[in-house]
Design a protein around this ligand. Structure first.
Ligand code: ARG
Length: 582
């Protein structure tokens, strides 16, 4: 509640002989809500005034005069603190009134207006099914895109597919071997995976295959029609599968976002020319590198001994393109922290090329996703595709949905008004997996367990979804549209005020999430909001939400709608559905 803190500080500062800013940083939350909402500690003044803090507090409190229009309803000394209580009307004016009158704008801000951010995320290596670990970059990046957009930025999403490299040569070799036996062979991602495995099985006994794979890739680089045709088929089939999964995850890349490594193939010569002109390319054992020793980094390899460019070269060309095409203020790379060194080399090289915008490129890194033994078959989340040890995302989602269905059937879904249990199982199952991405700060490793992901009473996606469904059902019982005009003074209980205060924090949680590129802060916020609200919800004695007291009911249902809306908007940012019944 930054706004209210400021108002409190303005009130206290002149009376205490301090600066407003100083008072603002000193304000704390009293331990009991009954004591007030904002507390000013008087210890610091004791030395200066040569008086006991308790005495200072009571004298200070006596001097505070609150007019009828004040956002504060009382100022009282509690021990060495001066505590102010916020008026429910002021709290509602900052939360329920805007939320209920403009629900689509709730949480939005214009802090990013006029600024452009490029957000690269997901970026899988294609021509094989998506591994489960790809969910990390995909969901973190999608959440960041939604967050930045909500805060007024122009957001350019980018999916830098790994759609180039010798793997494609290998697939072509295996494809041609199969073609002889079966000219009509399938080429969906699962068939491509089989081709990949076939290549690696046979290359062990026939080393010449490796050379022909390199040849095929060379043909591709040189624009040979057959190689380009096959590459086009492999890529299109992969994209078909990818988009199917993105849709399940609620991730919606525009078609223009798919600019993979291949796209930059013909831009490399220009990039290399610029590196050379700047005198940055030096020879090292037959290869061309940028020497970064002065910065404590290993050399950045640009051209291999055989004349081929590599991953780093393409990243330089693609960074130049991002700036040229979008003139960004900020360029984010949502990529696993294993690639930290790579990005330090890239950003340093861009800096040496004389690009001031190199300083606006950021690696948004994250930890690993792991499945303990037995959580999902025998595989590891990031095992090797070649050994068949990778866990596919689709399989995990399917399993999650199966488990969610069992969970739903166990509960009283029918009684609660669930009409489409297939759809609900999909929302809850996928939501459970997705939310695990946000339970901790992104840099931490995620160790996935079904118990945690699907716990309806713990810190999980389904728990938030379930809370949303309960609030929706309550609103259905109320059978009126919650109004942005109610007698807010009726929301005066400590718990009601705590919920209101928690709602004022939505805005700063979103702002912080953007500043730190940390969508998990949204998840943490939603869990706190839910916890505070559930205390009120379960306190049926004192908080009957729907009663004969119409005025009280109206005010309380507006509060319920405020919480429901905030949950729905927060879940949407994270990519989870907010079911109306569960
Ligand atoms: N395709 C790469 C991989 O799967 C990730 C690409 C990361 N982005 C980048 N600009 N290098 O490992």
């Amino acid at each position: 509640m930054p706004g209210f803190k400021h108002l409190a500080a303005e009130l206290i500062a002149p009376l205490a002989g301090l600066e407003t800013g100083e008072v603002e940083t000193l304000l704390v939350k009293p331990p009991q809500p009954e004591m007030g909402d904002l507390g000013f500690p008087c210890f610091g003044l004791a030395k200066k005034l040569r008086q006991a803090p308790v005495k200072i507090a009571s004298e200070l409190a006596a001097k505070i005069i609150l007019g009828p229009g004040s956002v504060f309803t009382s100022a009282q000394a509690v021990g060495p603190y001066v505590n102010l209580s916020l008026s429910p009307s002021a709290l509602a004016a900052a939360t329920l009134v805007p939320a209920l009158s403009h629900p689509d704008a709730w949480g939005s801000a214009d802090t990013g207006s006029g600024k452009t951010v490029v957000i690269e995320y997901s970026s899988p290596n294609i021509a094989k099914p998506l591994g489960v670990h790809h969910i990390r970059s995909t969901m973190l990046g999608a959440a960041l895109s939604r967050l930045y957009r909500l805060r007024g930025w122009r957001v350019v999403e980018m999916n830098y597919l790994g759609d180039w490299g010798t793997t494609f040569g290998q697939l072509m070799v295996a494809y041609k071997m199969r073609e002889a036996e079966n000219p009509e062979q399938a080429v969906d991602v699962h068939a491509l995976l089989q081709l990949y495995l076939k290549f690696h099985a046979e290359v062990d006994s026939d080393a010449s295959l490796a050379a022909s794979a390199r040849q095929w890739f060379k043909r591709l680089e040189d624009g040979d029609p057959e190689a380009v045709r096959l590459w086009g088929i492999f890529r299109a089939e992969s994209l078909k599968d990818l988009k199917k999964l993105y849709q399940r995850l609620g991730v919606d890349f525009p078609d223009s976002a798919f600019t993979g490594e291949a796209f930059f193939n013909n831009r490399m010569p220009a990039t290399i020319k610029r590196l050379r002109e700047k005198g940055l390319l030096v020879e090292s054992q037959g290869a061309q590198v940028v020497d970064l020793a002065a910065f404590g980094l290993p050399p950045c390899l640009i051209i291999k001994t055989d004349g081929a460019t590599i991953y780093a070269t393409r990243d330089l060309a693609s960074a130049e393109y991002r700036q040229e095409a979008f003139n960004f203020d900020l360029s984010l790379y949502v990529v696993a922290n294993q690639q930290e060194l790579h990005f330090r080399q890239i950003f340093k090289t861009l800096d040496l090329m004389g690009y001031p915008w190199a300083a606006n490129c950021q690696h948004v890194k994250f930890g690993m996703l792991s499945f303990g033994p037995g959580v999902f078959g025998e595989g590891a989340a990031t095992g090797s595709t070649r050994k068949g040890r990778v866990i596919f995302l689709e399989d995990v989602l399917d399993r999650a949905v199966e488990k969610a269905r069992a969970l739903i059937l166990e509960g009283s879904a029918d009684k609660n008004g669930v009409t489409d249990s297939d759809r609900l199982a999909e929302q809850v199952g996928v939501g459970a997996v997705v939310f695990s991405e946000f339970l901790q700060r992104r840099i931490k490793d995620v160790s996935f367990t079904w118990e945690r992901a699907l716990n309806l009473h713990g810190d999980s996606g389904p728990y938030l979804q379930y809370t949303h469904a309960r609030l929706s059902s309550l609103l259905r019982r109320y059978a009126a549209k919650p109004s942005a005009q109610a007698n807010w003074q009726r929301l005066a209980s400590p718990l009601e005020k705590e919920v209101l205060i928690q709602l004022t924090a939505f805005d700063s949680a979103l702002g912080q999430a953007v500043t730190e590129n940390e969508p998990s802060l949204v998840a943490t916020y939603l869990l706190e909001l839910t916890a505070v609200f559930n205390r009120l919800f379960t306190d049926k004695e004192r908080h009957r939400l729907i009663s004969d007291d119409r005025e009280l009911t109206d005010a309380r249902m507006a509060l319920v709608e405020g919480v429901r809306l905030t949950l729905a908007r927060g879940l949407a940012i994270l990519g989870l559905a907010a079911p109306d019944a569960m």
